[in-house]
Write a protein that binds this ligand. Structure first.
Ligand code: HEC
Length: 226
């Protein structure tokens, strides 16, 4: 009984913590990303290089690691990911210098290696879609998710050029890519997890049959401890 009480208290604390964590005043859109969709990850990587890497680094990643993980050929890595002059084995640095970024944004744009872990994919997705015009801000835009963000609406031209669904898919791809970057092992972990669960399910059936076999000769009621 005591154990049940402790367990219930534990669950309540867990849920309570969740409610507090989620109680931000903006409602986040669901990113609906799928880490096992390699085409989406590749598109996301390409978009990241085109639209984000000018300002943001991903210091914990090297170009050739991404190529390996996503099954890209060496040519694809060079044409889709690399800046002219950089090498496949290098870390993903941003193109902007610290002095220039301090001048324009009042600080260095944060490294995005672990942002999917700290903020979550729904946050990133909603943030990228959350820009709205605001004449009071330096770049003429503000953000619903991160109030007074000093980042310009960099996907503006992309949004103008296509349908709302196609644009959502682009943002989803970039978010998916950042999710992968936050934990590259997730590609293997999720796949392995499903296999392990299947294995355990089969093992459960076998162990149950074995247990029945062992106990079938035991007559209940007649057995006495010596
Ligand atoms: C022109 C430079 C610039 C470009 C290009 C840019 N950003 Fe930013 N970004 C910033 C700055 C500056 C901040 C800091 C905003 C703040 O905290 O006020 C920021 C903040 C962010 C954050 C919030 C990080 C956090 O945890 O607070 C995310 C996520 C982000 N950017 C993603 C992106 C993505 C994805 C792209 C490409 C689609 C991109 N950015 C392109 C300058 C840029």
């Amino acid at each position: 009984m005591k154990n049940i009480k402790i367990f219930t208290a534990f669950i309540l604390v867990l849920f309570g913590a969740n409610v507090i964590a989620a109680s931000s005043n903006v409602k986040l859109e669901s990113a609906n990303t799928d880490i096992s969709d390699y085409d989406s990850l590749k598109r996301g990587a390409k978009h990241f290089m085109n639209y984000c890497s000018g300002c943001h680094s991903i210091e914990l990643m090297r170009y050739n690691r991404i190529g390996q993980d996503l099954g890209m050929s060496e040519d694809e890595v060079v044409s889709d990911l690399l800046y002219a002059g950089s090498k496949p084995g290098e870390k993903m640095k941003s193109a902007i210098s610290t002095s220039a970024s301090t001048k324009w944004f009042g600080g260095t744009p944060p490294d995005l290696s672990l942002t999917s872990r700290s903020r979550g994919v729904d946050w990133i997705y909603s943030y990228l879609k959350g820009f709205y015009p605001d004449a009071k801000r330096t770049f003429g835009v503000n953000n619903h998710v991160l109030a007074n963000a000093s980042m310009p609406d960099v996907l503006w031209s992309l949004r103008q050029s296509k349908s709302a669904e196609a644009f959502d898919q682009d943002v989803r791809d970039i978010t998916n890519f950042l999710d992968y970057v936050g934990e590259p092992a997730k590609l293997v972990r999720v796949d392995l997890g499903i296999k392990v669960m299947l294995f355990l399910a089969v093992l459960l059936v076998l162990s149950y049959l074995l247990k029945k076999e062992y106990w079938k000769d035991v007559k209940y009621g007649k057995w006495k401890a010596k």
